[in-house]
Write a protein that binds this ligand. Structure first.
Ligand SMILES: CC(C)(COP(=O)(O)OP(=O)(O)OC[C@H]1O[C@@H](n2cnc3c(N)ncnc32)[C@H](O)[C@@H]1OP(=O)(O)O)[C@@H](O)C(=O)NCCC(=O)NCCS
Length: 115
């Protein structure tokens, strides 16, 4: 696997893609960035927490990663909860780093690290 490779898995219901989880910027045996999204009608059913659990386990076991990290914009409480549900720890806050709809917001860095 080349450095910077992406592994993206679709979340499928009734043969329709309703979301995805991915490991981006993979550096084999080292680290990757986690990303995910889900169609709004399926939110708050535990779907992404479960999908993240699977891809994180795959990353640590099969890709031999030692660090999986994610960036979350400060208003996104649901996303932070998904990470906390999966044992990710908040490492820091990049103050006013992100811009959305002409407004600056803080960007949180979360990671799960294998000791
Ligand atoms: C973030 C996202 C993936 C969550 O998906 P989901 O399947 O609804 O997540 P889950 O149901 O597994 O978990 C969501 C948790 O957040 C909680 N939550 C939802 N909205 C919340 C809010 N406003 N404040 C606090 N907690 C909230 C839910 O109650 C749930 O907690 P629980 O595990 O204790 O039940 C989904 O909202 C999404 O696709 N958002 C748009 C894309 C996005 O933000 N991607 C992540 C970028 S970092």
């Amino acid at each position: 696997m080349k450095a910077g490779t992406v592994l993206s898995l679709a979340i499928i219901k009734n043969r329709k893609v309703i979301g995805a989880v991915s490991l981006n910027k993979i550096i084999k045996h080292h680290r990757a960035e986690l990303g995910y999204w889900l169609a709004e009608e399926y939110w708050q059913q535990g779907i992404v927490s479960q999908a993240v659990k699977l891809i994180v386990a795959y990353g640590f076991k099969c890709l031999k990663l030692i660090r999986i990290y994610a960036y979350v914009m400060s208003p996104n409480k649901a996303s932070m909860k998904v990470l906390k549900n999966n044992g990710f720890k908040k490492e820091g806050i990049l103050k006013r780093h992100s811009v959305k709809d002409d407004r600056c917001s803080d960007l949180y860095v979360f990671a799960k690290v294998k000791r």
